[in-house]
Design a protein around this ligand. Structure first.
Ligand code: RIB
Ligand code: CA
Length: 305
């Protein structure tokens, strides 16, 4: 049975793969966009262009143009100025269905009782929806988050980009009481593409495969420059798989809180890993392991369709 999903995103190369995966393996009800990898205008244009590439009539609602506190923080050094560097996508013909992502999220949660929210960018839209209507947390079947980490950061030693870009929003979400799944960097770094996946995609005939091959080629170059490794961690698709193929991941219930004040640790997801009965009560199902071989095979098969 296909799960009902709404994706909140900031496309973004891995967001694009997550959207394609969700569109082809779930009932993707809608997409909301948030300032993150690039400006709201760029990521919204990218989301529209991806739905047109898929020839999928999926509404795109644009949302927050900056975090709850402070100014926008983008990741052009990773994803390029537009957020989808290396992509050969025509400008979209369609406009966003609305510019009120929060209103759409709340309305959709009333219309679809069993809807999963897959949040793969900064959590600004999700936090604003929870602040406008706290009962939103309990109407959703769950919130599957790509964000945080039980170990290393990527923007700082301690913080992962999506949480770092809007820690106040992440704190609202992690404190909301919603059913939360967290795919952090400790997990997503296990799911990496390499040049063999580009070669396989280039052998496929689909437009989506060619588009994703361009994305992977761009990211392998960027990752080689940034980290010395020509591999690309598929962060955002992990949060989709947590809903559509949970058998591929292993979760542990943990208490997770977001650091808002630390000089070195602001934006860190602080996970209670103590092996003791005194451990704080769990509020998140944290993913620790993924069957990377099976997950990559599944993703490549979906891209071949
Ligand atoms: O840290 C990885 C996350 O930041 C991913 O969602 C990627 O798209 C960027 O937004
Ligand atoms: Ca993202």
């Amino acid at each position: 049975m296909r799960q009902k999903i709404i994706i909140d995103c900031d496309p973004g190369h891995d967001d694009a793969v997550a959207i394609i995966l969700a569109a082809r393996t779930s009932q993707l009800l809608g997409i909301t966009t948030v300032d993150g990898n690039a400006s709201l205008a760029h990521v919204t244009r990218n989301a529209l262009a991806i739905t047109e590439l898929l020839e999928a009539d999926i509404p795109v609602h644009s949302g927050a143009a900056k975090p709850l506190a402070g100014e926008s923080r983008h990741a052009q050094h990773v994803h390029g100025e537009t957020g989808l560097g290396g992509a050969r996508l025509p400008l979209p013909a369609r406009e966003p269905a609305s510019e009120d992502a929060v209103e759409y999220l709340l309305a959709a949660s009333h219309e679809h009782a069993d809807c999963h929210l897959v949040a793969i960018g900064p959590l600004t839209n999700v936090a604003l929806a929870l602040q406008r209507d706290p009962t939103f947390a309990h109407r959703l079947a769950g919130i599957s988050i790509m964000g945080g980490s039980t170990s290393v950061g990527n923007v700082t030693r301690a913080a992962e980009f999506n949480v770092w870009a809007d820690p106040e929003a992440a704190d609202v979400v992690f404190s909301s009481g919603a059913h939360l799944q967290m795919c952090g960097l400790n997990l997503t770094h296990q799911l990496r593409t390499d040049d063999s996946h580009v070669a396989e995609l280039r052998q496929m005939s689909s437009v989506a495969a060619s588009f994703v091959a361009d994305l992977f080629e761009f990211m392998h170059e960027r990752m080689a420059d940034l980290s010395g490794s020509r591999t690309f961690p598929l962060h955002d698709p992990c949060a989709v798989l947590a809903v559509t193929a949970p058998h591929l991941l292993e979760f542990e219930d943990r208490a997770v809180a977001v650091e808002l004040r630390g000089t070195l640790t602001r934006g860190m997801t602080v996970v209670d890993e103590r092996v003791t009965r005194r451990r704080d009560p769990a509020n998140v199902a944290v993913a620790y392991r993924i069957d990377a071989g099976a997950a990559l095979r599944h993703i490549m098969d979906v891209l071949a369709e």
